[in-house]
Design a binder for this molecule. Structure first.
Ligand SMILES: [Cu+2]
Length: 461
């Protein structure tokens, strides 16, 4: 892991042995280190070395927060601070996050654990952390003003609670929420069952949906935006910057998706059907599950789905709102399909040499061309696969199911080698006839009236 250590108060592990018996208020000198990372690719999961066994989650383009056992307590340290996040090669966003990145690190623990979470505020304004979905004492719920005083800049607060149930939860500020969430402050909190056999899977992926409005050439999101976001992300990354989900054939796989944007996202996975097995409210009873290929993730909610990875391949996983698989898109683009723009382009090029007309036959040409872009933005449709341009952006990645991967191997295996004879192919026989029956039954006349041909051949105006 590319972690660097930031020891805020100079407390060493040895000095803390005396604090092992602490059961209530924690002493000031006992703040654990706050690990930090600038990595934007998936860091190896942290396997449990003591206590109940569990299959740790992997965070797409993210990492898991190391903790310290202190007596009965698992201690974590989150630092709210400004961060830089590369959304994909070619674009950096200046955001707020936790411990060096947005989203913050995934917190992982076991049902029944007592957790003590130190939160240090290095932002220019106050903050809090709300533990979304957790059952906890009211005063630990993290709603600034309602359940606790705000954490002022430079201050550290302590949250302490027992993990009453396993499941998938999120954390985010409940202070100046519009700004702080629009700036990227959020993370996952996964609680594993105490019984290692319950809900066991072989691979367990987590990612958060977040959205930003960053104009080309800018670095900071517009925080007042409510509707017109242009960067639709998995864990604050966009395609082609999103890690693939690498899976061994035969694995039982879980994908946990949380939505902290301001709209719903129908998450669709190709090649499989699957079932929702967990929401942020808890596990779904087996008799209450039904098959799906697309799961709508409501705003402020989490859905986890599971499948048996029996079909090898490179299977697309994406939001089904097609505008959400685009990067930095201008919504004022007109539709030019069917319009001949040759004359117009020639005249425009005389005035603007870089001018490029597009869209007369659709917009697929945008996926192929390397247009000159302003600084710090990304092409709207991009990414190349083994057969050509993928023409995607935003909320899109690939589930790579392969035979014979080692259980802890998450490295990108490259493109799928399809068995011979199993790829769609070009027809090589005689060209199809171009004569077709005339189908239009109406046409617009020069005076603007529509000429409708009735079935009996008479014209009606
Ligand atoms: Cu979407």
């Amino acid at each position: 892991m590319t972690l660097t250590r930031r020891d805020l108060v100079g407390a060493s592990g040895l000095a803390l042995l005396g604090a092992a018996a602490v059961s209530g208020r924690v002493q000031a000198q006992a703040i654990p280190e706050a690990p930090t990372t600038t990595a934007n690719t998936m860091q190896p999961p942290i396997y449990p070395t003591s206590g109940p066994d569990y299959q740790p989650v992997v965070t797409l383009n993210g990492w898991t927060l190391p903790w310290r056992q202190n007596g009965d307590w698992k201690e974590f340290h989150l630092v709210a601070e400004p961060v830089e996040r590369e959304m994909a090669p070619g674009m950096i966003a200046r955001l707020w996050g936790y411990n060096g990145q947005s989203p913050g690190p995934t917190i992982e623990a076991v049902e029944g654990d007592k957790v003590r979470i130190f939160v240090t505020n290095r932002l220019p304004e106050h903050t809090t952390i709300h533990w979304h979905g957790m059952l906890l004492p009211n005063g630990m719920d993290g709603v600034g003003g309602l359940t606790q005083p705000h954490i002022k800049p430079g201050k550290t607060f302590v949250y302490e609670f027992e993990l009453k149930k396993s499941g998938t939860f999120m954390y985010h500020p409940h202070a100046d929420e519009m700004v702080q969430m629009a700036m990227g402050m959020m993370g996952f909190f996964v609680v594993h069952p105490r019984d290692p056999r319950l809900h066991r899977v072989d691979r367990d992926f987590v990612f958060l949906l977040s959205a930003y409005d960053i104009d080309p050439g800018n670095y900071v999101p517009k925080v007042a935006e409510m509707v017109n976001f242009n960067m639709w992300t998995f864990n604050t990354r966009v395609f082609p910057g999103i890690d693939p989900l690498v899976v061994a054939k035969g694995d039982r796989v879980r994908v946990r998706v949380g939505n902290l944007t301001m709209t719903n996202h129908p998450i669709h996975m190709h090649g499989y059907d699957f079932e929702v097995t967990c929401t942020d409210g808890g596990w779904v009873r087996p008799e209450a599950r039904w098959p799906e290929v697309t799961i709508d993730i409501p705003v402020g909610a989490m859905r986890a789905y599971e499948f048996d990875a029996i079909y090898p391949g490179d299977w697309a996983l994406h939001c089904h709102k097609s505008h959400h698989t685009m990067n930095a898109m201008g919504h004022d683009i007109r539709t030019f399909i069917g319009v001949n723009k040759r004359d117009f382009s020639r005249r425009m090029k005389r005035m603007v040499p870089d001018y490029m007309s597009m869209g007369s036959a659709g917009m697929a040409d945008m996926g192929e061309m390397e247009m000159p872009l302003p600084d710090n933005t990304l092409p709207m449709m991009t990414g190349f696969g083994q057969f050509g341009p993928i023409e995607m952006g935003g909320m899109f990645t690939v589930v790579k199911v392969r035979e014979g991967l080692a259980s802890r191997d998450y490295r990108d295996p490259g493109w799928y080698q399809n068995p011979p004879g199993t790829v769609a192919y070009e027809f090589q026989g005689p060209a199809p006839s171009t004569t077709r029956a005339p189908t239009p039954a109406s046409k617009v006349k020069p005076d603007g009236k529509v000429d409708v041909v009735k079935p009996n051949g008479q014209h009606k105006h």
